[in-house]
Design a binder for this molecule. Sequence first.
Ligand SMILES: [Zn+2]
Length: 147
Amino acid sequence: MADGNESESELSGGCLCGGVRYRINGPRRDIVNCHCENCRKTHGHVAAYTSVLSSDLSLLKQKSLNWFHDTSPDTYRGFCNVCGSSLFWDARSGNNKISVAAGTLDASHGLKTIGHVYVSEAGDYYEITDGLREFDYSGQDELEKNE
Ligand SMILES: [Zn+2]
């Protein structure tokens, strides 16, 4: 598996108020920025996500974790109902991975931003100028392959 950042160093993170805390043990994808309208509404701007196996994500504290059923079938967004942090994007059908918002990590342990997806839905109030790869819709699979 060429999954980019193969480091198994432990990642930890959580929401702003500490009501949600998690730990990740296992491979994690580098960061992909999602420009879709739903991500921008949830995060207030572009969403930056790593992706991990759902089984590698341990929820240490989740008393304020709520799941919002997105407009896509079987897609859920995890957020803290106290401080409002957006933490997870989970497509529960046919996918054993979960996206974790990069901004909620305590430290990134070398993860790098590798590209942009859903650029077709990007806001008109900014430009993408970093030269990284861009995909009109989902491009995560291709970004992972080319690591
Ligand atoms: Zn919180």
